[in-house]
Design a protein around this ligand. Structure first.
Ligand code: MG
Length: 171
């Protein structure tokens, strides 16, 4: 049985994951408008991943006999100065999400809520990957930002990204 506080904070996380989904959709739309379809694809796939994260929390609360609640989501920024700007904002956002996951983990540990600790471990690994992906791409883009040909090559590379839902179950 989850505590009321944990249920509240896990529900709050659904909101952040859904916000992430919308943020990356806004970035996908910006990239598409800049005729960078590969970058747009990258962000669309990222949005799918965030939706998947939100659903993991959604299902977990129900599985644990808590009450899942759907709330309003803040509007994401639709305006970016450049692709690099979008990636730098993504990276910053992922660092914020990592802090949120750590906060949830601290709560679960305080309450000795072992099922939730186990559930959150997946997200800790996932956040490490997200940060590393964005950080890597920022470095790559910075190196070639003013080289149209090299940017097109990254665009082509990112066009290959597909969403593959992890095969793990909720836990
Ligand atoms: Mg996420």
């Amino acid at each position: 049985m989850l505590s009321d506080k944990l249920v509240k904070e896990l529900n709050e996380q659904i909101k952040y994951e859904k916000y992430s989904e919308n943020l990356y959709l806004a970035m996908a739309a910006y990239c598409a408008d800049e005729d960078l379809d590969g970058f747009a694809n990258f962000f669309k796939v990222q949005a799918e991943e965030e939706k998947f994260h939100a659903m993991k929390f959604f299902d977990y609360i129900i599985e644990m006999n808590g009450r899942t609640l759907v709330s309003a989501i803040d509007q994401p920024d639709n305006n970016y100065d450049s692709v690099l700007d979008a990636f730098e904002k993504s990276y910053k956002h992922e660092q914020f999400v990592t802090k949120r996951i750590y906060y949830l983990m601290d709560l679960a540990m305080e309450e000795k809520e072992h099922a939730t600790i186990s559930f959150l471990k997946w997200f800790i690994d996932e956040q490490m990957e997200e940060e590393s992906t964005f950080n890597g791409l920022i470095k790559k883009i910075k190196r070639v930002e003013n080289d149209g040909h090299a940017m097109n090559m990254i665009d082509t590379e990112l066009a290959q990204r597909v969403f593959t839902p992890p095969t793990t179950t909720t836990q």
